[in-house]
Design a binder for this molecule. Structure first.
Ligand SMILES: *Cc1c(COP(=O)(O)O)cnc(C)c1O
Length: 217
């Protein structure tokens, strides 16, 4: 795997409106550094522990994204520096992020993670649950967070039509949300296996791991 080459290939291929998030989970800081030297600045991790251990070793101008499930008691560790949290799935978590953001004198950008796959997954909100959060008074009072968009993962399947329809549903919801108290900017959808479909369906941010760093197993 030539990481620099993989990054450059993506950069050439992606429309200007789509941000490449390099998912570096399970890969060493050395490999992250190879991507950094190729100009990559946005990196995603799914575990808080791994994220903070890389953050202290690597250049300060990296924009770190959390893409995995976040427990409320761990928010304090990432609040000083996190660039975007993709995986917000409850109002309680938002309240904790707001509290820790305030302590750090920051405004933290967040995405609501929406459950779009047909298969059983543990995390994410339904469209209705997300809407309820956005119209709630509790949410309106959180001045140190900003919801800048949505994140979703399609089913892990070979069925391209199913993947496409899940992404399309999320994009439709994203557009509808411009009417409720929310300015949708980022639609985080698409991974190594399905990013092309995601972009056709309106993604503005793709999360690619294996196509950049190689397979984890
Ligand atoms: C691991 C992961 C990715 C990247 O997956 P690849 O198939 O390696 O591109 C994207 N999004 C989330 C939420 C992940 O956990």
């Amino acid at each position: 795997m030539n990481i620099a080459e993989n990054i450059l290939k993506f950069k050439q291929e992606l429309p200007e409106s789509v941000l490449l998030l390099a998912v570096s989970k399970t890969h060493s800081a050395d490999l992250v550094m190879q991507a950094y030297k190729a100009g990559q600045r946005d990196f995603g991790e799914n575990k808080v522990q791994e994220l903070i251990s890389k953050q202290v070793q690597l250049p300060a101008d990296i924009r770190w994204h959390l893409i995995g499930h976040l427990q409320s008691n761990k928010v304090k560790y990432i609040a000083p520096f996190i660039s975007l949290i993709h995986s917000v799935d409850s109002l309680g978590l938002l309240e904790e992020i707001n509290k820790q953001a305030l302590k750090n004198n920051r405004i933290i950008d967040c995405l609501l993670q929406i459950y779009i796959a047909g298969e059983e997954t543990k995390y994410g909100l339904s469209f209705e649950e997300a809407r309820q959060i956005l119209i709630s008074d509790a949410f309106r009072n959180l001045n140190n967070i900003r919801i800048t968009g949505l994140m979703g993962m399609a089913s892990n399947t070979e069925d391209q039509n199913l993947i496409r329809s899940e992404f399309r549903g999320l994009h439709d919801f994203f557009i509808q949300l411009s009417h409720v108290n929310f300015k949708p900017e980022i639609l985080s959808m698409g991974m190594s296996s399905d990013y092309k479909i995601a972009i056709e369906e309106g993604s503005t941010l793709i999360r690619a791991g294996s196509l950049i760093f190689g397979s984890r197993i």
